[in-house]
Write a protein that binds this ligand. Sequence first.
Ligand code: IVH
Length: 690
Amino acid sequence: MSDLFSQPLSPEQSRDLQRMQELAQALNEHNYRYYILAEPSISDYEFDMLLKELEALEKKHPELAAPDSPTKRVGGEVTKKFRTVKHRVPMLSLDNTYNMEDLSDFDRRVRETLMEDSVEYTCELKIDGVAISLVYENGLLTQAVTRGDGTQGDDVTANVKTIRSIPLKLRGEGWPALLEARGEIYMSSAVFLKLNEEKRAELEDKGFHEEEIAAQLLKNPRNATAGTLKQQDSKMVAARKLDAFIYFLLADSLPFASHFENLEQAREWGFHVNPETRKMQGIDAVKTFIEAWDSARHTLGYETDGIVVKVNSYAQQRSLGNTAKSPRWAVAYKYKAQSAATILESISYQVGRTGAVTPVANLRPVQLAGTTVKRASLHNADVMAQLDVRIGDTVFVEKGGEIIPKITGVDLSKRPEGTVPVGFIPNCPECGSPLVRTEGEAAFYCVNDRSCKPIVLGKLIHAVSKKALDINTLGERTLEEFYDKGMVRTLPDLYEIRYTQILQLDGYKELSAKNILQGIEASKAIPFERVLFALGIRYVGETVAKKLALGFKNMDALATADFEQLCSVDEIGEKIARSILDWFSREENCNLVERLKAHGLQFVLDDALLVKNSDKLAGLSVVISGVFSRSRDELKKLVEQNGGKNSSGVTKKTSFLLAGDKPGPDKVAKAQQLGVEIISEQEFLDRYNL
Ligand code: IVH
């Protein structure tokens, strides 16, 4: 950095610096239009192009990159341990009310203290997320801290900086030199759903059972937000697309003497203030606002659980004061979970890719929280038995934090005569084979993985997916047609499909048939580790498949490995080892491998494919110490493959100490003493593009 000031810039540097400043300004403006005003004026593509141009210039001149550059939004900083920070002013919580009488009581207390007939209130949506305190010094975001226990919270600044609706630098003018903005970070329902869909697909690919999948899915957007904010790698946070609303400002002096007006001002400074915030005269207007949002809130695209009512004038807020826990000038009106009563018409059963059978209630359509509900999950046999739901019953459906409605109870007073308890079906609705329930699991499974359509098809879909055999000419529909026509049951069958067979299917012409066959043919070059992943062995996901391929080098060695040999491979635990042994103990699986081998698929590790050779680290001497996300051996190999040298002790000649969790204290002390740079795993990978 010092060079920048002590030496004049070269003509090239000054030209690039000017362009970088222009780009940063344009990107900030577009960000503001997009995230705060919701009025974008350029396309996402054009935005990305500007961002890429700035990134390229910053890479060329790291010394000229601004600390508050819009490129920082993509993350990169890693926080190992979140620092605890004490709030300047405690972050209070709100008193809750659940009905209009309690709300009238609140208003009466306020009016009596203030000796007023009617009070001006600000009404805000109560966002169901995670409270955050943002400190701006001279217009720059310097600290973001979670609420914690109200007195102190966690410093999550690096993560919060990736949230695009939180300004890194304030716009306009008139903001106080020291400003604390408080608000709520949240995840939109769409992002939440997508995240869970991706997680489910990933776990299904690894062969996880329904129960394990259910346990690992994010429960609701609030939990997802809290979990995201505590991620160590801010890149992960950036990828999750969080959002934020600001609802409280704290400073020695603010432009207006009231809350609503300052919030409007804050929007000019670049803060995302909820557009539905309104100023209301008197409690009756507040009640109208509350009633209007009771069902409308479900169409917002993010979760709200109530309305926050705040006395608008700061002078009045001061006269009312706070209790130890909450302000006397504000209250939260909490909505009741929305429920509706309707008739249970029938129960159907769905078989998933894992074989798990899920009961689904078919309901007489009913309006609930802004949508028509026709189906609700009954989860599993235990839940069904607990509820004792019977066909014809009047049931209560509710939408809680979860997006899919659930049945919460039965109105026994309305139970028709002659109903009988519903038992779980004994046979698979798809293939008729008897369902199996394993000890300790609530789900029933169809274990007929050789000829039950959803399971067989699910396996094939997994096998041709992008990260496996990547046969993109075979869509799910085509595979289903192949299945229905009896052309495929197992993966090797795909390699035996003939041109004329495809032409016999409806709507397939010469070109599409050729394409399909070409795609299948090309998959024969897919490397061993991906073929292994494609087999869909339980718990053998993408990473495990790679470790196994590296550890055993070929399929024969893997197929004959014993328990100890399997467990000795990095990251392979007992559960995975047992699953692999189990898979190879089945004759049909061994036949499957033999047939795939005969068709020419790769079952031997191609060393050349895995070894990355470069001179990126030429001349560098690296010391590795601590615990990393990958094994130390892997990191050492990476150093060597890229032309670097590993050494065990830190000396003057050491280029840097690559430190993971709990690095050797002697090594760290020596590095500090000698001025040897200490870098994290992520920094190392990023810096050298490894
Ligand atoms: S005001 C002293 N306004 O609700 C002011 N809080 O139960 C305290 N929340 O911790 C907060 N939306 O996490 C306020 N518009 C809003 C809010 C809001 C959500 C959350 C916040 C707070 C909790 C209090």
